[in-house]
Design a protein around this ligand. Sequence first.
Ligand SMILES: C[S@@+](CC[C@H](N)C(=O)[O-])C[C@H]1O[C@@H](n2cnc3c(N)ncnc32)[C@H](O)[C@@H]1O
Length: 222
Amino acid sequence: MRRPRGLGGWDDDPLWGHFYDWSVEHRRVGGLLWRLGIQSDLQRLYDAAAEIGRQPAGARVLDIPCGGGVALRGLRPGQDVAYVAADIAQTMLDRTMRAAERRGLADQVVPRIADVGDLPFDDGSFDLVVSFTGLHCFPDPARAVVEMVRVLRPGGVLTGSALLNDSGLHHEPMRKAGRLAGLLGPGCTGTQLVSWLEAQRMADVVLDRSGAIGYFRATKRG
Ligand SMILES: C[S@@+](CC[C@H](N)C(=O)[O-])C[C@H]1O[C@@H](n2cnc3c(N)ncnc32)[C@H](O)[C@@H]1O
């Protein structure tokens, strides 16, 4: 089914994506909307993205899916890391690169088309993989976890956030609308996410819930 331009899937540069990015960039109004809409604390996203800025010189970071580039808020201008921003949709990569330009980071970010289910990177090629509000958008989130862990080096960290299926019935209309619009995949519960990470032998698995969203972090065993 062809959706009206601007309202459809990620290739169509959906209006929802613009609204989402705007909400993240406007701490006060956006934070209020997050609180009211999904009972989530926007500060949690800022705190999680800040892990990028703590990476040492020479670190390799993969941001998948980069979407509109919200994770770039964690990257410091001039920070000496290799930052790959990957997404399946060229429209979203273009948005990330526009965000990088606005933040004075354009020469630090390498855009790359990639399907998270079959990442075009070698095993162990990244020190940090970040995946913010991504898992619920992927067609096969369990496969995405396998791939994101595969490209991490031993001792590397996978962190991110996802809209969880077990956050309560009051969030179900939003999840259903997202699937109808072609923006959301099947998603997962918090229990499933933790079990997928543990099945990949990830250590120190943490899942913190903030309203509809779960923030996860785990370390690849050496
Ligand atoms: C809600 S956006 C989140 C992006 C970004 N991390 C953020 O917080 O703004 C979801 C993104 O997932 C991307 N996406 C969906 N399926 C994908 C796949 N199989 N592989 C890679 N990216 C995918 C979409 O193109 C979209 O940019």
